[in-house]
Write a protein that binds this ligand. Structure first.
Ligand SMILES: [Zn+2]
Ligand SMILES: [Zn+2]
Length: 277
């Protein structure tokens, strides 16, 4: 299978994204010369989980999910000669909501071709959930809740490890999203150490469990980060370890399809569990 693809793409069903239609992403992918595209819309959050973001816009609405699948399936068919389209989720690992996440995955597992597991939500020391990538202002509040930048980073990597080891059932994604997302505001909120040991130990677990890495270029375009998730240096280590690296632009607008792919001097793989194959 040809590896030229963008395997982390959002849609108009993302409340914090753009209104660009799924078809416009497909056309952009074809125009960029891609052979593969995976729609990974944020899976709806568990119904008993309260979205901690100020706008409550972290994920697709439950009422949109059938429309999302219907449109993906229509496009798959329509463009099958030009592009392999996969449909799936970026699903949140939320500590304490594993049971609910299994239910979501089991409910839709038969309809998804590909998926990513990501951590955006952490439990703060006061027990409230926080979303780490919402905004700089919100990140500042999170640092206050935790007491230090280092404490936020530690909790993030601990939660990521829990995500890797968690039992999310037979449809648990094997690709792990943007494993250094916590660094999104790192040019302003600096940790006292690099946390590289933590990141390497995460890579070892990914390798041990046979998972894949989302080689996510979106970070290059974040003003307060300006690198990939994870950085090119970490991706090189992951490549050396034999971890499959799957390109993702994390586009929330159609003209960002494949953006940043040339900035990553690595060999990309295709997701190995694609149902479309
Ligand atoms: Zn998003
Ligand atoms: Zn994400």
């Amino acid at each position: 299978m040809n590896t030229i693809g963008d395997f982390h793409v959002h849609t108009n069903f993302c409340p914090h994204g753009s209104d660009d239609s799924m078809e416009s992403y497909v056309l952009a992918a074809i125009k960029s010369g891609l052979k593969h595209l995976t729609f990974t819309e944020h899976a709806p959050l568990p119904k008993n989980f309260i979205d901690p973001t100020p706008e409550k816009d972290s994920a697709m609405r439950w009422e949109d999910i059938n429309k999302y699948f219907d449109e993906a399936n229509r496009l798959k068919h329509l463009y099958k000669d030009d592009l392999t389209i996969n449909v799936g989720f970026e699903i949140d690992y939320i500590e304490g909501f594993e049971k609910e996440s299994i239910e979501i995955l089991n409910k839709f597992g038969n309809q998804i071709d590909d998926a990513i597991l990501s951590v955006h939500m952490l439990i703060a020391p006061n027990g409230e959930f926080v979303c780490i990538d919402y905004s700089m202002g919100e990140f500042e509040r999170i640092v206050d809740l935790f007491g230090s930048v280092d404490a936020v980073y530690s909790k993030y990597y601990e939660t990521l490890k829990n995500a890797l080891y968690s039992d999310l059932g037979e449809f648990k994604p094997i690709r792990i999203g943007h494993i250094t997302l916590i660094e999104k505001f790192s040019k302003v909120f600096k940790s006292s150490t690099s946390f590289e040991d933590e990141i390497i130990s995460i890579l070892s677990i990914i390798k041990e469990l046979g998972y894949e890495l989302d080689a996510n270029a979106a970070g290059f375009f974040k003003e307060y980060y300006q690198s990939s998730y994870p950085s090119p240096a970490i991706l090189a280590i992951a490549e050396e370890m034999g971890i499959p690296l799957i390109f993702g632009s994390d586009s929330h607008t159609s003209h960002h399809i494949a953006r940043g792919i040339d900035l990553l001097p690595i060999t990309f793989s295709s997701p190995k569990k694609l149902k479309n194959d």
